[in-house]
Design a protein around this ligand. Structure first.
Ligand SMILES: Cc1ncc(COP(=O)(O)O)c(C=O)c1O
Length: 480
């Protein structure tokens, strides 16, 4: 069994084995014609159930053959131009190379003595990101597992900086379309059930700052303590960007921590054309960025950034065996001092490889392409009487609904749209997402693939209309 350990004696086997795996994936990517096969849980679960994990195959080629059946054949492929559903991007090759390197070397970024250069690379990327945001000379941050963890850590720091010892008094203000991790974080941080105050959005799904001002004032009058305002730069459902400068003003006025959840909108930090859409982000106390959403990085790759490095001390604990206090005075950089995690992947390497091969403009240009694509898609939808489209995109999301001319019952239109999404998924021809707007079912394209064209968008809209019409036709037959 020692032959499976990756070390000096097995380098050749490592090369062969990984190359074999890469060959399979490369062939798969080159020959995949649809984003999904339409496989169902009922048909796939027995295939996986039938595998006896106590009976290994002892042969890489045989295991890769098996992997074809249990995973590769029916995976959902984000690189396909007709995968238009969630916030998943196709990944860039330099980052995939970084992934291969980081898992083979297997550095752990908690301490200097487990990572050496890895720690310094991560720190440099954090500095690069804070400079792009404009957080100032005292800024810092750390890579995390994703936007949810970044939001949690930011809100932990905000809680610790808040001017009260009473958790029950703390309030967080976030728009009604902010990410659910804000509420989850409030719960994890021990805040009261009504701690997150939901601020209504305007027609463009941006936080209404008049309403925010009103709620902040009401909070002060009630003797409660505003802990943080979470501004979203790229909402999950609409890609809308809250008015950051106005929110920053209010945070200053009410001495409140400003957190910007730019999990999605962070792509604009590299944008060549649209950076100004996140102007005001530089006034934040903390920022969430998900490189795995809009920097074309493989999952996971995220970071939380803070204006004042000193606030990261709220996540600092020392252990004699790992990061004893004396290491701080010895100036030994242990990233665990800033992180909620202990053992931590060297995800930063993927971004490093990306920037070193492609440069920031390379990433920014790809992101600009999907922003432009969404603008074109919006024009298509707005001009098409078969569809109702919700907001003109600030990023790369389109939310719309099929509205058949002959049907007026909104519940029946809901069912037709739900059916169309399901039927499309089952066909595997395209994958789209869905959400609710004002209580009604809508469909959603999250466009993160520069390979997707307006022709793809038009074709998928026709497929949706076809499935919805089929449902309505059958529904009419049932009624007769
Ligand atoms: C605005 C926003 N914030 C946070 C998150 C959570 O990010 P993650 O899925 O990386 O935890 C998401 C995920 O979609 C998001 O859209």
């Amino acid at each position: 069994m020692r032959s499976h350990l990756l070390n000096d004696t097995t380098a050749e086997q490592y090369r062969r084995s990984v190359t074999e795996g890469i060959e399979r994936v490369a062939t798969k990517l080159a020959t995949t014609k649809r984003p999904f096969t339409g496989v169902t849980v009922d048909s796939l679960a027995p295939v996986i159930d039938a595998i006896d994990l106590d009976k290994p195959l002892h042969d890489t080629a045989a295991v890769l053959d098996e992997l074809e059946d249990v995973y590769l054949r029916d995976a959902v492929y984000f690189h396909h131009p007709r995968y238009l559903a969630h916030l998943n991007c196709p990944v860039v090759i330099p980052a995939v190379l970084g992934e291969a390197v980081l898992s083979a070397v297997n550095s752990s970024l908690d301490t200097w003595d487990q990572s050496a250069g890895g720690t310094l690379i991560e720190r440099k990327l954090i500095d690069w990101t804070t400079a792009r945001i404009g957080l100032g000379p005292a800024a810092d941050g750390v890579f995390t597992s994703g936007g949810s963890q970044s939001n949690l850590q930011a809100l932990l720091l905000a809680r610790e900086e808040a001017k009260t010892d009473s958790l029950a008094k703390l309030r967080i203000f976030a728009s009604e379309v902010s990410h659910f991790s804000v509420k989850k974080s409030a719960k994890l941080l021990g805040l009261s059930a009504d701690a997150v105050v939901s601020i209504p959005v305007d027609h463009d799904k941006r936080m209404q700052t008049v309403a925010l001002a009103r709620e902040l004032e009401r909070c002060a009058e009630a003797g409660l303590v505003p802990m943080a305002v979470v501004a979203t730069a790229g909402t999950t459902d609409f890609g809308s960007i809250d008015p950051l400068p106005e929110i920053a003003e209010l945070c200053g006025q009410y001495e409140t921590w400003m957190h910007v959840d730019a999990a999605y909108g962070c792509g604009l930090l590299a944008s060549v054309k649209y950076r100004d859409r996140v102007d005001g982000i530089e006034r934040a106390d903390s920022v969430t960025v998900d490189y795995h959403k809009s920097f074309f990085q493989p999952v996971s790759s995220s970071a939380v950034l803070v204006r004042d490095a000193a606030t990261l001390r709220h996540a600092t604990y020392h252990a004699e065996y790992l990061n004893p206090r004396r290491m701080v005075t010895e100036r030994i950089p242990n990233q665990v001092d800033k992180s909620l995690q202990t053992t931590r992947r060297f995800d930063a390497l993927k971004l490093w490889m990306t920037l070193r091969v492609m440069g920031a403009d390379g990433i920014g240009q790809l992101f600009d392409e999907v922003v432009d694509l969404a603008a074109e898609g919006w024009k298509l939808l707005a001009a098409d009487p078969r569809f109702d489209v919700v907001v003109q995109p600030s990023l790369s999301t389109l939310v719309f609904r099929y509205i058949p001319a002959a049907v007026t019952d909104p519940a029946e239109i809901d069912r037709a749209n739900l059916y169309a999404r399901k039927a499309l998924f089952a066909s595997g021809d395209a994958v789209v997402a869905g959400t609710k707007v004002a209580g009604r079912h809508y469909l959603k394209f999250t466009l993160l693939n520069p390979e997707t064209t307006t022709a793809d968008i038009a074709a998928v809209l026709d497929l949706i209309a076809g499935h919805a019409e089929q449902y309505l036709g059958e529904s009419l037959d049932r009624a007769c």
